[in-house]
Design a protein around this ligand. Structure first.
Ligand SMILES: [Ca+2]
Length: 135
């Protein structure tokens, strides 16, 4: 399932119910991701009173040089929307938005490419404060 060596061309992810999970992953995972790549994903739930939960299952990025970033809403340029900026090797981690929308960015620099990450996205009921937790 994790084949493509480039960023997904269809990077808009819309959920119309809370029973569905969708996967996203770094280009080429589990083969090393490319250098100098920047991918975006935009996630939206149309179910009332839901927010977005990203369940990171595997995560190996070059520490402090390659980054996974997530934010609330759909304005990736709004630094106030930032929820999490993660790098290095992580255990299973969950990042939740406060709203029904989340953006995710992956960015690598020009050297040292690692295995990358994969995660699944699922909307969950409720509103609330953003959460980052390592399981
Ligand atoms: Ca790198």
């Amino acid at each position: 399932m994790f084949k493509s060596g480039t960023c997904p061309s269809d990077n808009m992810m819309t959920f119309t119910n809370t029973q569905v999970r969708k996967l996203l992953w770094t280009p080429g995972y589990p083969t090393r991701y490319p250098a100098n790549i920047k991918c975006y994903w935009f996630i939206n739930s149309t179910v009332p009173n839901t927010r977005i939960s990203a369940y990171i299952q595997d995560f190996k990025l070059e520490s402090a040089y390659d980054w996974w970033t997530a934010g609330d809403g759909d304005n990736i340029k709004d630094s106030r929307s930032l929820l999490a900026k993660l790098s290095g090797d992580l255990e299973i981690t969950r990042v939740m938005s406060t709203s029904n929308k989340m953006w995710i960015e992956f960015k690598s620099d020009d050297r040292v490419n690692k295995a990358g990450f994969w995660l699944y996205i699922q909307p969950i009921a409720g509103k609330g404060k953003d959460i980052i937790e390592t399981v």
